[in-house]
Write a protein of this length. Structure first.
Length: 586
């Protein structure tokens, strides 16, 4: 791109401004072209915060900033072209086979048929899966027997080796109960038909992102040893792992010898078995459902409610179907997705948890005239469709003003309103002490960026983009970082929810951002009862003094300050928050 294109027509920049503008434009295009360079956008926002880009700057300088809009538009088109539907589909492009109880192939995809041909003489729909070697058949049979004893067991890594001990194929055996709709669709399976007993899925290398940290902490490995162990566990040979890590084979061999010493094993096959068992144990500890109570988890699938004007509101109906209804409203970059763990806790508490996607979020139809009040009426129609005479509302973070509006507009129909680390307005003066503050603080100061930035973000949406973004956002919040480190299923859920939230459009998200940027007030005069508030005092994004400022002149019955918690206070005290909505004495 030449300098004239960068500056835009008709601008007369200050002496230093062209360099800053050029850097900013380069950052925009770098962000649009790469799936991962969201840090470039943070740098771009830093450029905008320079004096010459501020609203009180000289007129010519403001014109320089405004000329960036055309570049953002082009970057948006570039991102959409580079990271469109094909990129999104690649996130679920596993090589897989779906099998029934008799080991017959129910469905498969082209990748699965090609990959599994290495160990099976015939991979055809309707035919029983067989193996070229007796040892491979025995490995599969043992795993299948375990699955039949425990239909909800954690996925197990199967490693099929050749006579030389080198891995011929490594894949996961996944119980049918754990298969998601995208996986079924990826195999062209009938989602309404019989459920497969299991799936064989080639190990996704993206899983290595978490594996080294697990191995390092649990086994006392060095970071380099943990990275090597993760690759060996996923079926790579020592030579392949060394090549992927960019180290010499002799270096890898020395690291492997050290790993053997620390784990007390002397064969690579024993190492893989040890690491697989550790990973399966970690997965089962993170995702094991509670055995208490009579909770019924209906978590996975979204259902749609059609409003009188023809729009759709998507939701997930969790917990106990006969329990006390509690509607949960999420932050603006989250869909209705929740972990089975929270659904089970809701069931244990006797709660029917209804997780709602607001207009323009996830699968809910955008509403160009959306407001806090209009959404409250939408929620009333949703409750009618679900047969709910009365219900409580829980608003988390930027879902809080919508929860307050629902309580005020629907009056006695809303039994209680609880807020967890509520955010009712934006702060434009957030100090850039972390990437999280710099990103959101910059956007709040430059609201004209909302449309372009989140359009590009939607075009680029993927787990590999959003997962490190979410992790980096929490880098300066110690209690939140520890929560995510202790339970990676929470990070998985946030990542998938982020992807879902932007699945159809970014319009709802942009509309809500403008509510906050304009500090749109919420009328709480119709609240039937004062609200309950839960807040982590170590929340770096939402300081206690800001929360108290936002709640000033609002009827608050109980403020629960949690001294050791941060932004994730809802998840560390989920049972307590739900119980507070059922209990009339606080």
């Amino acid at each position: 791109m030449n300098d004239d294109a960068r500056q835009g027509p008709g601008t007369v920049p200050e002496e230093a401004a062209p360099s800053r503008l050029g850097d900013a434009v380069d950052a925009v295009y770098s962000y649009a072209a790469s799936r991962y360079n969201w840090e470039d956008l943070i740098g771009f926002l830093a450029h905008l915060d320079h004096d010459s880009f501020r609203s009180d700057a000289p007129r010519d300088s403001r014109e320089i900033a405004s000329s960036l809009i055309s570049h953002l538009s082009r970057a948006d088109a570039l991102a959409t072209r580079l990271h469109g539907a094909a990129e999104h589909e690649a996130d679920i492009a596993y090589a897989l086979l779906l099998l029934d109880a008799d080991r017959r192939v129910m469905a498969s995809n082209a990748g699965g048929r090609a990959v599994f041909d290495a160990i099976s003489p015939a991979v055809e729909t309707g035919k029983r899966l067989s193996f070229r070697e007796d040892e491979h058949a025995a490995i599969f049979r043992r795993a299948l027997d375990d699955l039949k004893k425990d239909a909800d067991m954690a996925p197990v890594l199967l490693r099929f080796a050749g006579e030389d001990g080198e891995t011929r194929l490594a894949c996961y055996l996944v119980p049918g109960a754990r298969l998601t709709s995208p996986v079924l669709r990826a195999a062209d399976a009938d989602e309404e038909g019989p459920r497969p007993l299991c799936a064989l899925i080639v190990a996704n290398k993206d899983d290595m992102e978490e594996a080294p940290e697990i191995f390092r902490k649990a086994l006392g490995l060095t970071p380099a040893e943990a990275r090597l162990a993760a690759r060996l566990r996923f079926g790579l040979t020592l030579k392949e792992a060394a090549g992927e890590l960019g180290i010499a084979v002799n270096t890898a061999r020395n690291q492997l010898r050290s790993i053997f010493d620390k784990l007390g094993v002397n064969r690579q096959s024993d190492l893989v078995r040890h690491l697989t068992e550790l990973a399966a144990l970690a997965a089962s500890m993170q995702g094991a459902p509670s055995a208490r109570g009579k909770a019924i988890v209906t978590s996975a699938e979204r259902r749609m409610v059609t409003l009188p004007d023809g729009r759709i509101i998507a939701l997930r109906d969790l917990g106990r179907p006969d329990g006390m209804p509690v509607v949960i409203l999420h932050p603006l970059v989250q869909s209705s997705l929740m972990r089975p763990r929270e659904a089970v806790i809701a069931g244990d508490c006797g709660v029917r948890l209804i997780s709602v996607e607001r207009p323009g979020i996830g699968l809910s139809t955008p509403d160009p005239d959306c407001s806090y009040v209009s959404f409250a009426h939408d929620l009333g129609h949703v409750a009618d469709a679900l047969g709910l005479a009365r219900f409580a509302v829980l608003g988390w973070a930027s879902g809080a003003p919508f929860a307050l509006a629902a309580g005020s507009v629907l009056g006695e129909r809303v039994t209680r309103v609880a807020l967890a680390t509520p955010r009712l307005t934006f702060r434009a003066d957030l100090a850039p002490v972390s990437s999280m503050h710099q990103f959101f603080g910059g956007l709040r100061r430059h609201t004209w960026l909302f449309e372009a930035v989140f359009s590009i973000m939607r075009a680029k949406r993927s787990r590999r983009l959003f997962r490190p973004m979410i992790r980096n956002f929490l880098e300066n919040s110690e209690p939140d970082r520890l929560v995510f480190e202790a339970d990676t299923s929470l990070l998985d859920c946030f990542t998938d929810s982020f992807v879902e939230a932007l699945d159809k459009t970014h319009k709802g998200l942009v509309g809500e951002l403008n509510f906050y940027a304009k500090e749109t007030p919420v009328d709480v005069s119709g609240l039937a009862r004062p609200v309950l508030v839960w807040h982590g005092l170590r929340d770096e994004m939402n300081k206690a003094e800001d929360v108290q400022r936002m709640l000033r002149n609002m009827p608050v019955e109980a403020f629960h300050p949690m001294p050791d918690d941060g932004h994730m206070v809802l998840f560390t005290h989920f049972r307590d928050v739900l119980t507070s909505l059922l209990n009339d004495k606080h």
